[in-house]
Write a protein that binds this ligand. Structure first.
Ligand SMILES: [Mg+2]
Length: 417
């Protein structure tokens, strides 16, 4: 078939994905949890806490990620909820990547529990076929770490990623060039990386429902209809994505640390928003501490139920790392950002302006207190137009609170912390 003629099929790319990562690590630490339906949640004490991950038993009971504990418990009354231990998840992530690195230097993490491996001309050293190598790797992770992974094997990253999603837990899926039409094209478009809900809806309107439909559509039309992403999606669907797997040792040092979450139900009250943001801040701060960094730019982003994106960020005049400090700013930003009526679909927290711990002078002087931090508004709604003066006051309050080691001063409008 002409459509398949340009495929560059000589590479062997693996995508390895840990199954139910957070919950599996928890079960590893406390084996008794393996036999109970359990979930890792924002705050187990609070019924508004959100499900971050669940084990197989909870999944079978209908528990889904990002719903609230009370929703989950309605379906699964005996659900055991535990708090996340992000340090531990990072630690295991490094251990797992170190095993991958024994086989190839091209290991590129894609999130905390997923990595791409380039095994081109290397798998022959270990196995009779790429699939057999993937099986060997699964066995290694199972025996050495105690976790299961699903592996997709293909000739590019996009299809390897798609493959690892097709069969789990603890499975290998191979997608060769000749499999593309039979195995991939009948799948729904949402199986393709970067086809989100909005793009999928737009494609369905014009009767593009499967990856095959996408592959057979004129790429120029897709660009005119979807913009730049249309070109990429067309390449992905035709098996023409060709990007390299980065070398682990050459991975760019993180320029920012962020975490976002899409909620199963739109958030419309402060309790749920606080709960959602609190979990995000926990993870971001843990990663900040783990990477021995401090940050001075903090951004909060929200996506409304009609997919409008609003964001607000603050640049501080000094670098911070403590959870209370980051939380204070995040809470301030969401108070400025949210109009208390727009239903929220997604929340994200990102910190940047990263500096190595120990290289930043954190002791404040009186002169520093009187100089104000710079605030930048990126997008934002009517509330994002606070006067500069108010910004200065907020910054001053933040700094004074920091010096006093507590949250003594507040602006009237802010919600209670
Ligand atoms: Mg996973």
């Amino acid at each position: 078939m002409e459509l398949l003629s340009n495929i560059n099929s000589h590479r062997t790319i693996l995508h390895c994905d840990c199954n139910g990562y957070y919950a599996s690590v928890e079960c590893l630490m406390r084996p008794e949890l393996c036999y109970l339906p359990m979930a890792v949640t924002g705050n187990p004490e609070n019924r508004h806490g959100i499900i971050l991950a669940k084990n197989q038993l909870a999944k079978e009971a209908g528990v889904i990620t990002a719903e609230t504990i009370s929703e989950a418990k309605r379906k699964c009354p005996h659900l055991v909820c535990v708090s996340p231990q992000h340090d531990l998840y990072q630690e295991y992530s490094i251990k797992i990547n170190n095993i991958y690195r024994e086989y190839t230097e091209r290991v590129e993490p894609f999130g905390i529990d997923e990595s791409f491996l380039d095994m081109t001309a290397l798998w022959q050293n270990y196995a009779a076929s790429p699939a057999q190598f993937a099986d060997l790797l699964r066995k290694r992770i199972r025996e050495n770490i105690g976790l299961t992974i699903s592996v997709g094997v293909s000739f590019n990253k996009i299809l390897a990623k798609l493959g690892s999603d097709l069969k789990k837990p603890d499975a290998t899926t191979v997608i060769s060039p000749k499999d593309l039409a039979a195995k991939v094209w009948p799948l729904d478009i949402t199986n393709l990386l970067y086809v989100g809900k909005v793009t999928a809806e737009r494609l369905r309107v014009i009767n593009i429902n499967t990856i095959g439909d996408l592959a057979k559509t004129d790429p120029d039309f897709l660009v005119s209809y979807l913009g730049k992403i249309g070109e990429n999606l067309s390449l992905y669907a035709r098996g023409l994505e060709n990007s390299e797997v980065q070398k682990y040792s050459e991975l760019d040092e993180a320029k920012s640390i962020g975490n976002g979450m899409t909620f199963s139900e739109d958030l419309t009250d402060w309790t749920k928003i606080k709960e959602g943001l609190s979990g995000l801040v926990d993870e971001v701060v843990t990663r900040l501490i783990r990477s021995r960094k401090l940050c001075n730019v903090i951004q909060v982003q929200l996506k409304s139920s009609d997919f409008q994106v609003y964001s607000r960020q603050t640049t501080l005049s000094q670098h911070i790392q403590k959870r209370e400090q980051v939380w204070t700013i995040v809470w301030q930003l969401i108070n400025e950002l949210w109009d208390e009526t727009t239903p929220i679909r997604l929340l994200a927290v990102t910190v940047s302006g990263l500096e190595n711990q120990g290289e930043v002078y954190t002791q404040m002087s009186l002169a520093d207190i009187s100089s104000s931090g710079k605030k930048t508004v990126v997008g934002g709604n009517k509330k994002a137009k606070d006067s500069k003066k108010q910004d200065q006051i907020k910054n001053l309050i933040f700094k004074l609170n920091q010096q006093m080691g507590g949250n003594y001063l507040k602006l009237g409008r802010n919600k209670e912390l």
